[in-house]
Ligand binder design. Structure first.
Ligand SMILES: C[S@@+](CC[C@H](N)C(=O)[O-])C[C@H]1O[C@@H](n2cnc3c(N)ncnc32)[C@H](O)[C@@H]1O
Length: 270
């Protein structure tokens, strides 16, 4: 495994426990019955009852288990040992049937057999991946003929602006187009708890243009059903303002002018 992925994996191992205990993830509310999936993804994906669903980069399985609660037969995969152990424990805790597999996404075809009605991934996944062509091939590999792939993710345009703490206006800082070298960011706790103590000092990430995301999937043989762009983000960023519905939006003078999140569905022909 490449040195950047290794370092990120160690970081995710550390973040898992912090995130599990954080207010951001609301695990206690989930245990009490809260479904953490967003209404738009539930509507866009449609009924999952009895369907086989593979969740790529599932973290500690919270969203995976929300799909299980809606009736899907779920498999979650993640490269973090800590996340997969936590996911298994959480499934047992809430009495849901789920399978969790520890694997780097790029190695998954060697570690998991079969295909799925739905291959799902969401919120904070692509930025950790250096190579989207290989990602697209893995995603398509696991979609059953007649099935589909679905992603909801931060829009790449939202990742070009300076997001340092205290920066409240839009300042172009990062390349929209993928760069071969990762963006290195000094770790500050976890995104779910900025005050948490973490020993891994750097996060490595890659921005990916929307064209690159779409092309990775179509080159792998999937057909795009839709690509929806939304004027809100699902987490705070320094230049966004919290909205009443729990999302985060551009300040009033720019609200609605740029996409900040997207969803995409792509099918494999029967
Ligand atoms: C922000 S989480 C996304 C899951 C979900 N949206 C959430 O918030 O719980 C990103 C996940 O990607 C995983 N990840 C990062 N790089 C990976 C890789 N190369 N292979 C498999 N998983 C990876 C991390 O371990 C982490 O659990």
């Amino acid at each position: 495994m490449d040195k950047y992925l290794k370092s990120n994996r160690a970081l995710w191992d550390e973040w898992t426990g912090i995130n599990y205990r954080s207010d951001f993830y609301r695990v206690a509310d989930f245990k009490a019955g809260l479904n953490k999936l967003r209404p738009y993804e539930i509507a866009e994906i449609g009924p999952v009852d009895g369907k086989q669903l593979l969740h790529l980069q599932c973290h500690f399985g919270l969203d995976t288990l929300c799909w299980a609660r809606l009736g899907a037969r779920v498999t979650g995969i993640d490269f973090s040992d800590a996340a997969i152990s936590q996911a298994r424990a959480l499934a047992q805790d809430v009495g849901l049937d789920a399978r969790f597999v520890q694997s780097d996404i790029y190695e998954l075809p060697h570690n998991l057999e079969g295909d799925f009605d739905i291959v799902y991934t969401s919120r904070g996944v692509l930025n950790w991946l250096p190579d989207l062509d290989r990602w697209g091939k893995v995603a398509a590999h696991f979609v059953r003929p007649g099935g589909f792939f679905y992603i909801t993710e931060i829009h790449p345009i939202a990742l070009v602006f300076d997001d340092d703490e205290g920066v409240r206006d839009l300042r172009l800082r990062y390349a929209y187009f993928t760069q071969p070298e990762p963006i290195s960011v000094a770790t500050k706790g976890s995104y779910a708890d900025r005050n948490a103590r973490v020993t891994q000092e750097v996060e490595y990430g890659w921005n990916h243009a929307l064209g690159e995301i779409v092309t990775a999937l179509t080159t792998a043989g999937l057909h795009i059903d839709f690509l929806h762009e939304f004027p809100f983000a699902e987490w705070p960023i320094s230049f966004l303002r919290p909205a009443a519905d729990g999302t985060h939006r551009l300040p009033p003078e720019h609200d609605g002018k740029l996409p900040l999140f997207f969803s995409l569905k792509a099918s494999k022909p029967p």
